[in-house]
Design a protein around this ligand. Structure first.
Ligand code: SF4
Length: 347
C-alpha cells in the first residue's frame, strides 16, 4: 500500500525530494499544488517535470477518501460520509455560521471512549486515522467549496474519535493545515476537543501553540461523570480539572467546556449550581449542547425552558456560557449517526 501524499509535512516532502535527487523548491511547488491550487492528481501539476510527476505517482497514493454520501441541510450544513481505502467510513461536517465556514473533522474510525450519549462509540474503535486522512477531509471539503468560491475559515476536531488517543497524527494534521505555504488556517481558528485524556492535556499545554482546547465535561462531579463517560474512571474529574488549570496557567488561553444536556440526568438547577462552583474563577467558557434522542440509552432532550434556566444560573454566577445553535438537525448531523446508518445498511 502506497503512503498518502497528504501524510507528509513540507519538511518531509523536502527530504523526499532530496533523496529523489530533486531540488528542494520542487517540494514547495508540490505543496502549493496540493494545498493552494488543490488539484486532484499529480498529472495536473504542470510546472513539475513529467518524469518527477511519474515518480510521485509511483511513490504516493493521491486519493485518501471517496465520497459515499453527501447530505445538505436546509441551514446549509453539509455532511459527508467518506469511504477509506480499507472500506471503513467516516463522517465530516461543513457548517455555515455568520462568522464563516467551519469544518468538523474525524480522527478515528469509531471510538473506544464509550460516552453514553454518543453514536460514534457504539461499534468501538476500528482504527486511528493517519494525519493524511484527516488532512484529506479538509482538502476534499475545500475542493467542493472552491466551486462556489467559499473558504473554510475554522476547524473543529470534534468528529468521531478521541484526538488525544491519536495524538501524533492529530498534531501532524495541525502542522500541515496551519502551514503558511498551504491551507494556512490560523491556529486561533482551530479547536481540538478531548474527553479528558489527562497526560495528553499536559503534553498539549507544553506544545506552545495557539490552538484552542475544548473539554467534554458533561457533568459537574466525579460520580455523575463516571456514569456518563466511562473514561472518567481512568482519568477522574479532579485530575482533569487539575490538568486544565495547568493548561490555562501555561498558555493563558481560555478553555471551552462542552456540556451535553440530557433530560433529567445532568440538566437540573443543582447541576448548574455545582458546575458554577467548580468553574468559579477559571478562564473558561461553557458550551451547552442539547443532546439528540439516543434510542440505545433512552436519553431524551432537555425541554427548552430548562435549557434556558441552566444557562441563566451559570450566567448569574459569572460563568460565561452559550447554548449551541443546532445545525443540520434534518440530516442527522450529530456525531456518528450517518456512519451508524451506513454500517446498518451494509449489514
Ligand atoms: S463523544 Fe467523542 S470521545 Fe465520546 S464516545 Fe463520542 S466520539 Fe468518542
Amino acid at each position: 500500500m502506497k503512503p498518502f501524499i497528504y501524510d507528509y509535512t513540507l519538511d518531509e516532502l523536502k527530504d523526499w525530494m532530496k533523496e529523489a535527487g530533486e531540488p528542494a523548491f520542487r517540494a514547495d511547488q508540490l505543496f502549493d499544488w496540493l494545498y493552494v491550487k488543490r488539484v486532484r492528481s499529480f498529472e495536473d501539476m504542470t510546472n513539475l517535470p513529467k518524469a518527477l510527476r511519474a515518480k510521485l505517482d509511483e511513490a504516493f497514493a493521491f486519493v485518501a477518501l471517496s465520497e459515499i454520501t453527501r447530505l445538505t441541510s436546509k441551514d446549509g450544513t453539509v455532511k459527508y460520509l467518506f469511504g477509506l481505502h480499507d472500506n471503513h467510513a467516516i463522517e465530516t461536517v461543513v457548517m455555515r455560521h455568520n462568522y464563516g465556514i467551519s469544518i468538523c473533522v474525524t480522527t478515528q474510525v469509531g471510538c473506544r471512549i464509550g460516552c453514553t450519549f454518543c453514536a460514534s462509540t457504539l461499534g468501538g474503535l476500528k482504527r486511528n486515522l493517519t494525519a493524511g486522512e484527516i488532512v484529506a477531509q479538509v482538502v476534499t471539503a475545500q475542493q467542493m467549496l472552491d466551486e462556489t468560491g467559499e473558504r473554510i475559515a475554522s476547524i473543529v476536531i470534534m468528529g468521531s474519535g478521541e484526538p488525544f488517543e491519536n495524538y501524533d497524527a492529530t498534531m501532524k494534521f495541525l502542522r500541515i493545515v496551519t502551514h503558511a505555504k498551504g491551507l494556512n488556517i490560523g491556529q486561533r481558528h482551530i479547536t481540538v476537543s478531548t474527553s479528558g485524556i489527562v497526560p495528553n492535556i499536559y503534553r498539549f499545554a507544553d506544545e506552545n501553540t495557539q490552538i484552542n482546547l475544548a473539554i467534554s465535561i458533561h457533568a459537574p462531579n466525579d460520580a455523575l461523570r463516571s456514569k456518563l463517560m466511562p473514561v472518567n474512571r481512568r482519568y477522574p474529574f479532579d485530575e482533569v480539572m487539575e490538568a486544565i488549570r495547568y493548561y490555562i496557567a501555561k498558555t493563558g488561553r481560555r478553555v471551552t467546556f462542552e456540556y451535553a444536556l440530557i433530560g433529567g440526568v445532568n440538566d437540573r438547577p443543582e447541576h448548574a449550581e455545582e458546575l458554577a462552583d467548580v468553574l468559579n474563577g477559571m478562564l473558561c467558557h461553557v458550551n451547552l449542547i442539547p443532546v439528540n434522542y439516543v434510542p440505545e440509552r433512552k436519553y431524551v432532550r432537555t425541554p427548552r425552558e430548562d435549557i434556558f434556566a441552566f444557562h441563566r444560573i451559570l450566567q448569574s454566577r459569572g460563568i460565561n456560557a452559550t447554548i449551541r445553535r443546532e445545525q443540520g438537525h434534518d440530516i442527522a448531523a450529530a456525531c456518528g449517526q450517518l456512519r451508524a446508518k451506513h454500517m446498518e445498511s451494509m449489514r
